[in-house]
Design a protein. Structure first.
Length: 138
């Protein structure tokens, strides 16, 4: 009786081995998927970080104003701009808006600006281009 091969213990051990192998395979596939996802190129910042990019544009504009403390960026969308994602593999945005600020004579003038920024990673942004256009007295 107790020969090798076809007893219930042998079948159970084959099922156990099969379950273990499938489990190991699933774990390996999941680990590979996680590693592949972590190596993807930067897809871009979250909404919060994008607002930080808009703030970077606003800060760059302030530096060029005659009276930076009077700058009012309420213009388009509260953060001072409408951003458009530019095509390409590197996350870049062009922000266009306007700012109202007093000049040296205390007169409030409106200035349009176009700012191009590039997201590097985390909360880091790089200013690529900035242009200002005087729109005259508000």
């Amino acid at each position: 009786m107790g020969g090798r091969g076809h007893g219930p213990g042998r079948v159970m051990s084959k099922i156990t081995v099969l379950v273990v192998l499938v489990t190991v395979l699933v774990v390996l596939v999941l680990l590979m998927a996680c590693e592949t996802a972590s190596k993807k190129p930067n897809s871009g910042p979250s909404f919060t970080n994008k607002n930080q990019g808009l703030a970077k544009c606003n800060k760059a504009v302030r530096v060029l104003l005659g009276n930076p403390l009077s700058a009012d960026f309420k213009g388009l969308r509260g953060m001072g701009g409408v951003s458009t994602r530019l095509p390409g593999p590197t996350p870049r945005w062009m922000v266009t808006s306007h700012v109202d600020a007093k000049n040296a004579f205390g007169v409030t003038k409106r200035t349009a600006f176009k700012c191009t920024i590039k997201w590097i990673e985390g909360n880091r942004w790089e200013l690529i281009d900035l242009s200002l256009t005087d729109l005259g007295v508000k």
